[in-house]
Each structure stands twice: as C-alpha cells, then as structure tokens.
Design a protein around this ligand. Structure first.
Ligand SMILES: Nc1ncnc2c1ncn2[C@@H]1O[C@H](COP(=O)(O)OP(=O)(O)OP(=O)(O)O)[C@@H](O)[C@H]1O
Ligand SMILES: [Mg+2]
Length: 289
C-alpha cells in the first residue's frame, strides 16, 4: 500500500532565510501524524507546501500517489485544510458556510454533507448562528468542519487547539480522534503543545529551526532518553537537571549530599520523562509553549 504523503528534500526560502531545510518524511494511510515544534520552526510552511498553497524551492511532495506540484489543483479535492488563521464570512451561518464550501467542491449532496460535518464536530445546536457569534472553540470546530465537508481522504489541521482553554482543547481532541479512528481519515496536525502530540499522534516529527530533528512514535521518542524520570533542583552551585532511571535513589542521594555539605536544596521536582525532555535532549534548550 502506498503512502498517503511522501515528502523528500522539501525546502523553502524567504529572501535569504531558509524556513524549511531539506525536510523528508512519509505518512501512512490512516495514520495520525503530528509536526511538533516551537514558534517559527517551519511547521506551517511545511504544511502549506504539502497542501499546494506555497510553492517549494526544492524537493518533492506526493499525495495519494500523485505529485502535488506543479499543478496542486488536481489533488486538492482529496484533502481538507484548516489553516492556522481562518477568516470566515461573518454574515453567513455555520450551516450556510458549510453548504457553500461543499458546493465549491461540486458536491450534489451539500446539505447531507453539512449535516454530517456539523454532527462530527458537535455544532448541531449552533448551525444557524452567524459564524462571528461563535466562541473561539466553536469557531475552531467550524474550521475543522469546513475542512471535512467534502469528505477528503487527508485532513490537515494547523494548530487546531491553539488559544483554547484546557477543557475546550480536550473536547476538540475527541473530535480529532474520531476523525482519524471512526472516519478513517489520515490526519496531519501541527502543534506546539507537547501533550497534544503525545495524546493524538501515532507518530510525531519534532521540528526545530527549519529541520526535522526526530521522528518516531511518542513512546519511541521518549525511549531514546534512556531514562524514566527527570529530577531537577537548585543548590548553592546552581540549577541542575538530571535524567535518571531510579528517581527515588537520586533524590535521596541529592538530599544526603546536601545535608552532609550543609547545603539547602530548593525547587526539588521529579516528573516522568515526556516529549519535553526529548526536545531538550535534542536541542539543548527548554521547550517553552
Ligand atoms: N510569507 C512569509 N514571508 C517571509 N517569511 C516567512 C513567511 N512565512 C513564514 N516566514 C518565516 O519562516 C519561518 C517559519 O515560519 P512558519 O510559519 O512556517 O513557522 P511555524 O512553525 O508554523 O510557527 P508557529 O508555531 O508560530 O505557527 C519563520 O521564521 C517565519 O518568520
Ligand atoms: Mg504555524
């Protein structure tokens, strides 16, 4: 079975600056794939080249067996896109917008597709509200519904939960999971939330400074740390962070040594190893959301 997405040597420059630098990866059909990275890493640029919205300076992109460039229109009916910022027609209702989009794709069953999309994202009760009257979370849902209304094979979501409160984010996770698991669609999303990537994605590409620095399942990425926990503390000599297998033994040892030396330990913290630690090991920097 061929890949849903195949990207090789993808490169984009803006003026003298390289925003995406030789990025290569494959996404399998039915997979939920995440691109995780801090602001400016190159996630949106990568996504929009794959979606046929920005022309690459180098490299190749194949979607469902077909090259995207130089003529992206051929493949665009089979993909659904939620852009990082969506501006909707304010004076149309959610339902009207969905039907309009379905008709853009020449769907004869626009009303039925609209009903399905509204149900998928749980917006049935808001169907006849103006788009501009919806809350932030509801607008994100509508943007996802718009990406789904023509029943595409691959759905691209660029930071679908940014700006939402934790509860709204979790609700949207259920929606995204169901698009992938129940609807069987290939999902590609970008995020700068580590837990979101860990929670939603079968595999995660960690992107930093225009390149993919690691790509694996969340568990596989965490396993590269060869540690189960992160212990951090402050003593007279400064801040320390260590990755260890036996957190209890480490904590006891740190406290023992401090007592023996008449030192005081502050800010002692122990946490299970996660993608934040993977990022730190790869880049030498803390991951800041
Ligand atoms: N249209 C553009 N013109 C010039 N530079 C751009 C353009 N779009 C993006 N860039 C630059 O390319 C780099 C990557 O941007 P991109 O939007 O792909 O990052 P990102 O990972 O999506 O970040 P964020 O998490 O903030 O959305 C940044 O340095 C950005 O300033
Ligand atoms: Mg972006």
């Amino acid at each position: 079975m061929d890949a849903a997405i195949s990207v090789a040597g993808l490169t984009k420059r803006y003026g003298g600056r390289t925003a995406v630098d030789g990025v290569s990866f494959e996404v399998r059909r039915g997979e939920s794939f995440g691109i995780l990275g801090p602001n400016g890493a190159g996630k949106t640029t990568t996504l929009e080249m794959i979606e046929g919205l920005r022309r690459p300076d180098g490299g190749t992109i194949t979607l469902l067996g077909q090259p995207v460039w130089p003529d992206p229109r051929r493949i665009q009916a089979r993909i659904g896109v939620q852009l990082q910022t969506t501006s909707l027609f304010d004076m149309l209702t959610a339902r009207e917008l969905l039907e309009l989009f379905a008709r853009f794709y020449l769907r004869q069953d626009a009303e039925e597709r609209t009903r399905i999309a509204l149900e998928l994202v749980g917006l049935e009760a808001k169907a006849d509200d103006y788009a501009k009257r919806l809350s932030g979370g509801q607008q994100q849902r509508l943007a996802i519904a718009l990406a789904l209304v023509h029943d595409p094979d691959i759905v691209f979501l660029d930071e679908p939960t940014t700006g939402l409160d934790p509860q709204a984010r979790r609700n949207l996770w259920d929606v995204i999971r169901s698009i992938n698991t129940d609807q069987g669609k290939t999902v590609v999303l970008t995020t700068h939330y580590l837990e979101e990537a860990e929670e939603l994605c079968d595999r995660v590409a960690i992107m930093d400074e225009s390149r993919i620095v690691a790509l694996d399942t969340p568990a596989g990425l965490i396993a590269t740390l060869d540690a189960d926990a992160r212990v951090s503390y402050t003593d007279a000599a400064g801040d320390h962070t260590v990755y260890v297998k036996d957190a209890q033994a480490t904590v006891l040892e740190v406290l023992e040594q401090a007592r023996a030396g008449g030192d005081t330990i502050r800010n002692l913290a122990v946490k299970g190893a996660d993608l934040e630690d993977v990022f730190m090991q790869l880049t030498g920097r803390e991951y800041r959301e």
